[in-house]
Design a protein around this ligand. Structure first.
Ligand code: ATP
Ligand code: MG
Length: 334
């Protein structure tokens, strides 16, 4: 249970077309991540799937059945938002029970599902607390628990972790991935976080201005981005895009090289540059380098520590087999 299909779905707010005709199939059990710049329509798409917004035209199918006119509560989907939206005066147990109460689930069955969800989310010891007595991560787990007990055909997550601090995000990311492993329920997850997208997704959908730029597994997008936009969007730090004479040598309008695919030397190499900012993370060193024609700054990543400082001159050599080529329209040349 949980295949979701969008057939020529469009959405306009007044005169503004936010989603042009869009086709997308999300297979049952798949973990799909939507990424794209702010305002590209990720939340709108999720809300169209959930039924919280009406499509302007086209059809939403859930498990082969046209759900376009089915109200949100009857679609069998559960949505988790960035803001937890818990009831402050209710205990965790009552917050989780709430949607089941609305749906008329028996008390015994409610208790069974609450125990199972609490165990899965490490909330067993907190069931009698109120949301105000929980950390941000625990609150978000309650919100996820409230979605789980509905036993939905699919979970829709809209940036569920973006209010959490870095350490909690990592923990919750792993918990959601484990939850998906265990439940095998379809999940659609919107995020701005590169690491979340790359590590959680079976399939990433890259959106720009309501259009799908590319759909593929994280490593497909990393290794063979179909255009400059996807090349620049997937991967952190971003791929370096180099124009001009250097690109022309490769019969391309633009060449791309990722920061991690460029060797650095103090004495020799293909491109010479001067270090602007050196970021020493211990595990890696990121250098932002000026002076390479057609690409300013160029970012390079070196494993571990490299004792390089602002103002140092370095040489960089891209790995030949890791170069990406794009034509004048920005499309990949293979
Ligand atoms: N109710 C609305 N009325 C008018 N315009 C809207 C409405 N909701 C969204 N929009 C517009 O639709 C576009 C897409 O918005 P949406 O919230 O889907 O973007 P998003 O990709 O989720 O962005 P973000 O990453 O910032 O959350 C934006 O230009 C936004 O201004
Ligand atoms: Mg959004």
């Amino acid at each position: 249970m949980g295949q979701i299909k969008l057939n020529k779905v469009t959405k306009s707010f007044g005169d503004v077309a936010v989603i042009p005709p869009l086709d997308l199939t999300i297979e049952d059990g798949e973990f799909t991540v939507f990424v794209g710049p702010s305002g590209c329509g990720k939340s709108t798409l999720l809300r169209l799937i959930a039924g919280l917004e009406d499509v302007s035209s086209g059809h939403v199918e859930i498990d082969g059945v046209d759900a376009t006119d089915v109200p949100p509560a009857k679609r069998g989907l559960a949505m988790v938002f960035q803001s937890y939206a818990l009831y402050p005066h209710m205990s965790v147990r009552k917050n989780i029970a709430f949607p089941m109460k609305m749906a008329g689930v028996t008390a015994d069955e409610q208790n069974r599902r609450i125990s199972a969800a609490a165990e899965a989310l490490n909330l067993t010891d907190y069931l009698d607390r109120r949301p105000g007595q929980l950390s941000g991560g625990q609150r978000q787990r309650v919100a996820i628990g409230r979605a789980i007990v509905r036993e939905p055909g699919a979970f829709l997550f809209d940036e569920p972790l973006s209010n959490l601090d870095a350490a909690l995000r990592v923990g919750m990311r792993l918990e959601i991935s484990e939850l998906h492993e265990r439940l095998k329920t379809t999940m659609i997850y919107v995020t701005h976080d590169q690491v979340e997208a790359m590590t959680m997704a079976d399939k990433i959908v890259v959106l720009r201005a309501g259009l799908i730029e590319q759909v593929g597994s994280p490593l497909e997008l990393y290794h063979t981005p179909c255009n400059e936009f996807v090349a620049g969007f997937i991967g952190s730090p971003r791929m370096n895009l180099i124009k001009g004479a250097e690109a022309a040598k490769h019969n391309a309008a633009t060449i791309g090289i990722r920061p991690e695919h460029t060797a650095v030397s103090m004495t020799e190499g293909l491109w010479k540059g001067v270090v602007g900012v050196a970021e020493h993370l211990g595990s890696d060193t990121f250098l932002h380098v000026h002076g390479v024609p057609g690409c300013d700054p160029m970012t390079v990543r070196v494993d571990g520590e490299l004792p390089v400082r602002h103002g140092d001159t370095i040489w960089m050599t891209p790995q030949a087999d890791k170069l990406h080529r794009f034509d004048a329209e920005g499309l990949r040349i293979d």
